[in-house]
Design a protein around this ligand. Structure first.
Ligand code: SF4
Length: 326
């Protein structure tokens, strides 16, 4: 039975809705998601559980956590109550309006023991957030003594060179300004994990493979048993490192997740893609395709079939909006 007695590094997904629909987003965030945030009661339960399993610090991500600071502060207060240190909050800077507003938000974040903002700097975000906002937020952080974790400085010069920093720029513009292979090279430079929306963005670059060969190579997906850089979301889902759209209730993750309750998760964790394929064919009438772009593509195709075509609400394929708003 899957049961994590100790937990490593954790991120809290306070909300999935976002100002942007970035092409690299593993969690498939976008403005379409419900405007839900993690509730304070759940946050207390999550932080207490983390503290009891050896995890004393978290980062906060989303979605864009700072779209509704008033909804974020109760989560931060719960972290403080449970002695959980906030390493940083990830932000895309889209919420920046002016210096006065930034000063107020930064001041309140500091009161809630937040000392660092991870600020996204890359062409994916620049399709939705003007570079000027990023620079203005960094300047405000410096002025009001908030540490900045720039992610990633490697792209600063690209953003500076692409054009007017007051407006957004598409990846097609980057290809025009730099070179034709820019989009593909960007994935490599960024160190992109090709799962979630990132896989959908880049799958046409991948070669077709016979499904039979993919199944023959199947091995357990160890990613689902990782305890480092996992996330817990606002719905109480334990989201495994590297694979989005899959979940265990976080209480089950630490107390014991029964195989009968989580057939998809177990199939993948114990047999890999072949396990999921057999489950979908035997129990849900999945009709196999001949080719796809690799095991993670096949995994998504089958999971999407279960959620979107069979309308199954399975506890291990959560949140279902992940599939709806891909
Ligand atoms: S096959 Fe599915 S579970 Fe396994 S690594 Fe790929 S996306 Fe994750």
């Amino acid at each position: 039975m899957i049961k994590f007695s100790r937990l490593g590094s954790c991120g809290i997904i306070t909300n999935y809705f976002c100002s942007s629909k970035c092409k690299h987003c593993m969690y498939a965030s976008s403005p379409k998601w419900p405007k839900d945030y993690m509730e304070a009661d759940l946050a207390d339960e999550v932080f207490k559980t983390l503290a009891g399993h050896g995890c004393g610090s978290v980062h906060i991500g989303g979605g864009e956590p700072l779209l509704r600071p008033d909804k974020l502060f109760p989560v931060l207060a719960a972290a403080a109550r449970n002695d959980i240190y906030i390493e940083y909050i990830e932000t895309n800077a889209s919420w920046y309006k002016d210096d006065e507003h930034a000063k107020e938000v930064i001041g309140k974040l500091k009161q809630h023991r937040v000392h660092t903002l991870l600020i996204s700097i890359d062409p994916y975000h620049n399709e939705y957030v003007p570079f000027r906002k990023v620079k203005q937020l960094i300047a405000a952080c410096r002025r009001y003594n908030m540490e900045v974790f720039p992610w990633q400085m490697e792209f600063w010069d690209d953003l500076a060179a692409v054009g007017d920093d007051a407006v957004v720029h598409s990846l097609d513009e980057y290809e025009e300004v730099f070179d034709e292979g820019y989009k593909l090279g960007l994935a490599r430079r960024y160190g992109l994990n090709l799962r979630g929306r990132a896989l959908q963005t880049y799958k046409h670059y991948l070669n077709d493979q016979p499904v039979r060969e993919i199944l023959d190579r199947s091995s357990p997906c160890r990613e689902l048993l990782g305890i480092h850089h996992f996330h817990i979301d606002l719905y109480g889902n334990f989201v495994p490192p590297a694979c989005s759209g899959l979940a265990l209730d976080f209480r089950d993750a630490v107390n014991g997740a029964a195989p009968e309750k989580y057939p998809v998760y177990y199939a993948l964790a114990t047999k890999g893609i072949k396990g999921l394929y057999e489950y979908a064919v035997e129990h849900h009438g999945y009709t196999p395709k001949d080719h796809c772009k690799g095991k993670c593509d096949l995994c998504y195709v089958i999971r999407e079939y279960l959620v979107m075509q069979r309308n199954l609400v399975l506890p291990d394929l959560q949140p279902t909006w992940h599939y709806m708003y891909m």
